[in-house]
Structures are given as C-alpha cells and as structure tokens.
Design a protein around this ligand. Sequence first.
Ligand code: SF4
Ligand code: SF4
Length: 56
Amino acid sequence: MAYKISDGCISCGTCAGECPVGAIAAGDSIYVIDAGACIDCGTCAGACPVGAIQPE
Ligand code: SF4
Ligand code: SF4
C-alpha cells in the first residue's frame, strides 16, 4: 500500500518537501508519489492544503 495524489492537487509542492524519503516529485500535470519508495508515514497527507493525498 502507498499514498496516492488525486486530481485535486494544485501542484504547490509542499508535500514533496515534507516527504522523509523523497518519494514525491512533480509529474506532467500533478505531483506523483513513487509507490515503491513510499513508506506510508502519512506526513504528506497531513501537509497538503487541499486534502489531495489519501491512502490507497
Ligand atoms: S506517506 Fe510518507 S513516505 Fe509516502 S509519499 Fe507521503 S510523506 Fe512520503
Ligand atoms: S501538497 Fe497537495 S496540492 Fe501541494 S503538490 Fe502535494 S498533493 Fe499537490
């Protein structure tokens, strides 16, 4: 299991700076989480200003 970023992402970049393992990067239209690197800590979900990150 990993966290996933939804279409509600406004590409603010906050989550990428908060992830302890650097699993988040800017994608083509929204930010994306590398499921293989994500350790399910949930930090990004708490940091996202629009609630776009959920456990999958
Ligand atoms: S849940 Fe934690 S490890 Fe996974 S992408 Fe979010 S901040 Fe990074
Ligand atoms: S914190 Fe939320 S809105 Fe900002 S880039 Fe990450 S997922 Fe997108």
